[in-house]
Design a protein. Structure first.
Lengths: 225, 279
């Protein structure tokens, strides 16, 4: 028989706030991020996870990003409102969270991050995010407009100086090309960009070429081997 | 291990984008050492193919003199950057001068030269590397007084032997002695080289155990080493290592690109899908 019902989320938030060491913060954040929110999302939990992004504790930030991604669209506004141009670290984690959530409200930030963030890991996350925005709820004209912006950002990302970003761009282009509601134009344009990344005269790094070639096979509906 | 982590790369104060012509000009002048330092790094980083890059970098390598630690960015720092860059240009014309640098008194320069000779797969370097390491873990591998360094830059030299790829018994026996070194980073470098040279799974085991080491620096080194070898059976352990995704992605790139040399029951496609999930 169960005893008095406590509020585990409230306790977990408190544990994050009280954490006195890096390890305690990591453990508490993991516990909060893994919370089952049942019927209603707890805004205080979201605010707390967003706050952790700015704590300069990479382990805890990873856990907080995972927690925010699991919370989904509810977390988007709090993340966007928290953006602080002076806290680069927090901003980078926010980009990752928004890339994972895939909400269209993150589009501006993802575009900007892929084009000009100084951190390759942030550009990498942005590229992946631009290929996996969830647009099913938008009307057709808006959906196409958003997809076109994503495509343009990814095409520009093909000339990024870091191989890992170009790798993520391949993954992003595959996402754009495979979306079932795509126009012929978007499909052809992502194929064209992937073709460039799949050939030695366009791309010097073998693993990027392999990933782009895999994406092309998937666009052609071939088994992905 | 950390061939990809250049300890001096962050010092490029003049780090604004420049053109190849500017880089060559900065290296050619000799008034401003910090400009030369940055230019040498730039030419390597961008793998310059300009015909003047090799002679200018060789000249910068020759500028060295006995170490003067108090002098800020001095010639030896430029020489070290030049040595690193020469490995990245991929021109065998750099080998004789790099070989000479392996016997320089500046161990930072010996380290840079060893790495570059490894990148150039310079078989000529094996004899010198063996000679410098011949005294084993208790000699070449002994710690210096009041310094974190060892007598020789063992890690770079062991890695170079693995990269050069001469699997003769004398080479193997010497490297094996370093698998019992006190420092995990040296053990990691030795196992990496042996795994490259022999392809024997027994040298992969210690590397995979180091992925669980309590120190992040050691886990990172083991990641880079397994990646450099392309040891595909390490796919799952790499994915579960507590380290940055950026480093795991570099290691997994190695598994894709180098991994076909080994028994590849794990297909490149599985590695790619693991990479996708780390982005």
């Amino acid at each position: 028989m169960r005893s008095v019902e406590i509020d585990p989320i409230g306790e977990r938030i408190e544990a994050v706030r009280q954490a006195a060491s890096a390890q305690a913060l990591l453990d508490a954040t993991c516990a909060l991020a893994a919370s089952d929110h049942g019927n209603g999302v707890n805004n205080e939990a979201i605010a707390c996870l967003v706050e952790v992004l700015g704590f300069n504790n990479p382990g805890a930030a990873v856990a907080a990003v995972d927690g925010l991604i699991a919370l989904g669209p509810e977390a988007v506004e709090p993340i966007l409102e928290s953006l602080d141009p002076r806290n680069y670290g927090a901003r980078a984690w926010a980009v990752r969270a928004l890339a994972g959530i895939g909400d269209v409200r993150g589009l501006d930030l993802l575009e900007e991050a892929l084009a000009s963030d100084i951190g390759p890991s942030v550009r990498r996350a942005a590229a992946r995010g631009l290929g996996q925005l969830r647009l099913d709820a938008l009307g057709e004209p808006l959906r196409l407009a958003v997809q076109t912006r994503c495509l343009q950002a990814l095409v520009a990302g093909c000339s990024d100086g870091e191989w890992v970003v170009r790798y993520a761009v391949s993954v992003g282009l595959e996402g754009i090309g495979l979306a079932d509601f795509n126009s012929e134009y978007l499909r052809a344009a992502s194929r064209q960009a992937l073709l460039g990344l799949s050939q030695p005269d366009g791309e010097e790094v073998p693993v990027v070429r392999l990933r782009a070639a895999l994406a092309l096979r998937r666009l052609d509906g071939q088994p992905s081997a | 291990m950390a061939g990809t982590i250049d300890p001096d790369a962050g010092i490029s104060a003049a780090g604004e984008p420049i053109t190849e012509a500017e880089a060559l000009q900065r290296l050619r002048q000799s008034e401003d050492h910090s400009q030369q330092y940055y230019a040498a790094w730039w030419l390597g980083r961008n793998r310059s193919r300009h015909p003047e890059a090799l002679p200018l970098l060789l000249a910068a390598l020759r500028q060295r003199r006995p170490r003067d630690p108090g002098a800020g960015v001095e010639e030896n720092a430029i020489a070290r950057n030049a040595a690193r860059a020469l490995g990245k240009l991929g021109d065998a014309g750099a080998i004789p001068e790099l070989l000479a640098a392996l016997d320089d008194g500046d161990d930072g320069l010996r380290e840079a030269a060893a790495r570059s000779l490894g990148e150039l797969q310079a078989t000529e370097a094996v004899a010198v590397l063996l000679r410098r390491l011949a005294s084993g873990p208790a000699g070449a591998g002994a710690p210096r007084l009041a310094s974190p360094r060892l007598q020789e830059p063992c890690e770079a030299m062991l890695e170079a032997l693995g990269a050069i790829g001469i699997a003769e018994p004398g080479v193997i026996t010497l490297i094996e002695a370093f698998t019992a070194h006190d420092r995990p980073l040296i053990r990691s470098a030795a196992c990496r080289a042996l795994l490259q040279l022999s392809g024997e799974a027994r040298w992969a085991e210690p590397l995979m155990q180091l992925l669980d080491h309590p120190q992040l620096q050691v886990r990172r080194a083991a990641l880079m080493d397994l990646g450099a070898v392309g040891w595909r059976p390490a796919l799952e352990p790499i994915c579960h290592t507590l380290a940055e995704n950026s480093l795991k992605l570099i290691a997994l790139r190695g598994l894709v690109e180098q991994g076909a040399h080994h028994d590849a029951t794990i297909q490149a496609g599985s590695v790619l899908s693991a990479m996708d999930s780390l982005l």
